[in-house]
Design a protein around this ligand. Sequence first.
Ligand code: 5AD
Ligand code: SF4
Length: 460
Amino acid sequence: MDKKVYIESYGCQMNVSDSEVVASILAKDGYTAVNSAEEADLVLLNTCSIREKAEYTVLQRINEMNNLKARKKGLKVGVLGCMAERMREDLLEKKKVVDLVVGPDAYRTLPELLEQVGTGQKAVNVLLSREETYGEIVPVRLDTNGVTAFVTIMRGCDNMCAFCVVPFTRGRERSRDAHSIVDECRDLVAKGYKEVTLLGQNVDSYKWQQKPPVGSEEIASVVDFADLLEMVAVACPILRIRYSTSHPKDMTDKVLEVMARYDNICKYIHLPVQSGSSEVLKRMNRGYDRAWYMERMASIRIHMPTCAISTDIIAGFCGETEEDHSQTLSIIDEVGFDMAFMFKYSERPKTLASRKYADDVPEEVKGRRLQEVIDAQRKASSRRLATYVGQEHEVLIEGVSKRSTEHVYGRNSQNSIVIVPRYAEGVELMPGVIVRVAIEHSTAGSLKGRLLAMIEQQIA
Ligand code: 5AD
Ligand code: SF4
């Protein structure tokens, strides 16, 4: 009998990508992915631990599963991902509704664990691995627009930023076989996808060693991130390529040179700064200071004058003074980020910061500082996006605008959302087409434009 699984992803893009690996493993075990918990025999929540609020949202959702279970006899509920890793005992002991707890490196064991669950037992595997990359698994695309897809290139993180729980929940860093990444990208092209985002916690430290055949005299060659980008750009000339996330301490000029050389690599870098204060960056254990970040920024602009930069910012980290905070406001202004994800600091168990520093910025001060960061960033985004007005951009259409069925939205190379009329001279713009657009209007969050021409293919 056909079994049905519903997978709900929380948190980062990596979780979305992992859920597609899970769907693939379960497909071999006879499961079909469905779009709602109500239709499913098995509900899996792929969870995030990055901030306390993220965990709280999932805990609420787990409670909701109680009601569903009461209505649907035989329904099984599993928790995957970072919370599985961090809260295994709590989840199994305190949340009766949870049948299954599986960490990010243990998804291959899902079929056996589900067998155990089938006999009425609870099942758990939260072992972390130094090798697992799910390299050869071809993901089953979930909730897809058929146009853009994620491809994971590495897992885990060795950086130990003081605030971050990721090294504890996702384990040590390891890179996936470069050829399997290229194959997956080629497969996406064959299936009609137009854009890929290569994913890793810290893509700049991607390193994969090609071993020579046994007995050969060849020396092992190392593929770094710049090499990988180039391999994908050459193998898939009609695919738009993005990636995330970069780390300021590891981002090399070699990567910038490759980006500049290939038109199909989007001119966009997500480069989390976290704070504008060198003192705070030191306590965060980020491995760079403000001057280093600004130097990297200058190098990006030299290599690619049109490149957009987005960032992550944390307000109210341990020991942050008003002076530190004002330096964060000033770096926002100085860099002029196109976009930013902004957060209040949230202490996470086991992290360096939780062991070493007091979470001493009062909640209301954190809140006020975050608001000031958001206001400063809003101004910076508006300023940046306004510079695009009057330009012509290539836009990959992704779908119909949520606000107006008369419009479609897509993204330019710089990753800003561009809204264009859905119909032009009797032609409807469908997801997947690339169009040349005259940018006519901007806000802090998006651009509006007019269709100039359809583009058959991007030329790399
Ligand atoms: N508190 C607040 N924000 C955090 N981030 C990571 N850990 C924390 C934390 N403990 C933010 C960082 C990171 C992004 C993914 O989440 O800005 O870059
Ligand atoms: Fe966390 Fe730092 Fe690794 Fe990013 S680079 S996942 S912030 S430890």
